[in-house]
Design a protein around this ligand. Structure first.
Ligand code: FAD
Length: 525
């Protein structure tokens, strides 16, 4: 161990001598309870993310923190350092464009840090459920699947989700955290009461609506720019036991979006008179249809997709759910029937299944396991997520789904609307300036199978074409999980929030130490 440290020290010294910024003595003297690792495997792992689009230079070290104090100590060292180094929290590394990777700095491994160090098991605090108050306190690196498991022990669950649960709390709260419940409960950032945050000065602060409220709002949707979330207090509700999961098909985009918008307009109705989850997806090619049918659609009521004569070769699938308890199962048929009666999908295309709430929430993990077994999970993911204003969604359909995409999609394309009034305008998250806007998520995988339309280059170019088309057509989209490469693009992304965003950065991370992988601010050393 001592030899390894000495070697690391010598290498880092050399780097400093040739002009890089980190003085390793500052790190080696860091007295943390967790573990500061210079291990090659550790640093190599943290130079990659889910996107597999870029391989960053490996970080100089990885901190596996045992507590928020460990993180505060690291950031204080970076802040006070003559040389300076960057610090990036890494949740589960499910970013696409290197957002959790620091340039020439230290990664704080927030998730999966339950490791053995100094002969002791080091682990950050387990979730603590407060059943009476209906909230849970969780470590910032906790995965949502583990939050769910903990709260279900008390018959409770968070209200707002992402489609996939193997993401960290800090990672999704740094963006927004959205899924089909957002129309009703707002994004995950609208369902947080309190945070503990280590700022870019190394201060560990508690913040909420009432206390340090500027920091609270800035951190939510703040792309990791103002602090590292070490604890989040998340709102809970009684967990339903079961879910009725329904899919219906449309060939008319107009009818599809009209029904989606109608369903989300019911958000203020009593729960018996609305669905609990509203999403949808676009079906462009046969391959996807096959995949989609085998994963869900019951052989009891098969439908011949080719017989539906899709308009322009594109079909749209509305996906909705209704939660229920076993004890009220008798009323669910009636409630669903009366809601479905108001919709205008293609007759005889109703597909229904009932499953446990936890199985519904964890549905994407099953797809992950399937893709992993075929070697199709760890491939490049040139994903593009856009918020599209309602007034322009038909233009987007015509230009992108029925235009640019051609007849190959290389992955699912989600589309669902949300109500802007469920988003707190004081947070850092950026959405279009309309009461209703859509998420369009092009979740595509690049494959090296010789087909041009599956190649990374082809898909990346198509993403550029889509953004250019929106620009030319005056569709004021906002990127979700944004990736910009110039200062002007970032200013444009934040629009009238930019001045405030900048001011918050100067207040809470004046040396631009945190989350440099987002490429919004350049470290000032
Ligand atoms: P990372 O990639 O590790 O980090 C993301 C950013 O947050 C980085 O800048 C990092 O520095 C910062 N960060 C991480 N932890 C903290 C912390 N504790 N405090 C402050 N900053 C921190 N998103 C949705 O909204 N809805 C979905 O349905 C959805 N589904 C997805 C499905 C898959 C398969 C994948 C890969 C992603 C999905 N996402 C979805 C996107 C996901 O929410 C973001 O990529 C999120 O950032 C991933 O969380 P992570 O823990 O892996 O974060």
């Amino acid at each position: 161990m001592a030899t390894k440290l000495l070697l690391t020290f010598a290498i880092c010294r050399l780097l400093v001598t040739v002009g890089l910024t980190l003085d390793p003595t500052e790190l080696l003297l860091l007295g943390v309870d967790g573990q500061l690792s210079f291990d090659t495997a550790d640093v190599e792992t943290d130079s990659l993310d889910f996107g597999l689009l870029t391989r960053a230079a490996p970080p100089l070290a990885v901190l596996h923190p045992a507590s928020a104090q460990d993180i505060a100590q690291l950031v204080q060292t970076a802040y006070g350092s003559n040389f300076g180094f960057t610090v990036s929290a890494r949740g589960h590394g499910h970013s696409i464009n290197g957002q959790a990777q620091p340039a020439n700095g230290v990664v704080v491994q927030m998730s999966g840090s339950k490791l053995r160090a100094s002969g002791r098991i080091m682990k950050p605090p387990e979730p603590r459920v407060w059943p009476g108050e209906r909230y849970v306190d969780v470590w910032g690196g906790e995965l949502w699947i583990d939050v769910l498991r903990s709260t279900l022990e008390y018959g409770l669950a968070p209200k707002s989700w992402t489609d996939y649960l193997y993401l960290s709390v800090g990672g999704t709260l740094s963006n927004a955290g959205i899924s089909g419940q957002a129309f009703n409960h707002g994004p995950q950032i609208s369902n947080v009461y309190e945070l503990d945050v280590v700022t870019g000065k190394g201060d560990l602060l508690t913040c909420s609506e009432e206390q340090n409220s500027e920091l609270f709002h800035a951190v939510l949707g703040g792309l990791g720019q103002f602090g590292i979330i070490t604890r989040a207090r998340i709102s809970l509700e009684p967990a339903p036991q079961k879910v009725r999961w329904i899919r219906v098909l449309y060939s008319s985009f107009w009818a599809f979006t009209r029904d989606q918008e109608y369903l989300i307009s019911l958000h203020a109705q009593p729960s018996s008179q609305k669905f609990d989850y509203v999403e949808g997806f676009v079906i462009v090619d046969e391959g996807l249809i096959n995949n989609w049918r085998s994963s869900f659609f019951s052989p009891r009521n098969p439908v011949k997709i080719s017989s539906l004569d899709p308009n322009g070769g594109v079909l749209y699938c509305l996906e909705i759910t209704k939660n229920y308890q076993e004890s009220t199962a008798s009323t669910i048929d009636k409630e669903v029937e009366s809601l479905l009666k108001k919709l205008n999908f293609i007759p005889a295309t109703v597909f229904t299944t009932d499953l446990l709430y936890v199985d519904f929430l964890d549905r994407v993990h099953k797809a992950e396991l399937k893709l992993r077994s075929k070697g199709l999970w760890e491939v490049p993911h040139p994903w593009l997520n856009l918020f599209v204003p309602k007034s322009k969604i038909a233009d987007f359909d015509k230009g992108v789904f029925k235009g640019i995409l051609g007849n190959k999609t290389s992955g699912p394309i989600l589309i669902y609307p949300m109500n802007k009034n469920k988003w707190d305008h004081r947070s850092s998250a950026v959405t279009p300036d309309e009461d209703v806007f859509y998420l369009v998520a092009l979740l595509r995988s690049a494959l090296d199978n010789g087909e041009e339309t599956h190649s990374l280059e082809y898909l990346t170019d198509q993403n550029r074409q889509i953004l250019r088309f929106c620009d030319d057509a005056g569709i004021n989209v906002k990127q979700y999980l944004p990736h910009c490469t110039t200062h002007e693009e970032w200013m444009d992304h934040f629009g009238n929030k930019w001045d405030w965003f900048y001011q918050m950065k100067m207040e809470f991370d004046p040396r631009h130490i945190l989350a440099s992988g987002q490429q919004i601010f350049t470290p000032s050393f």
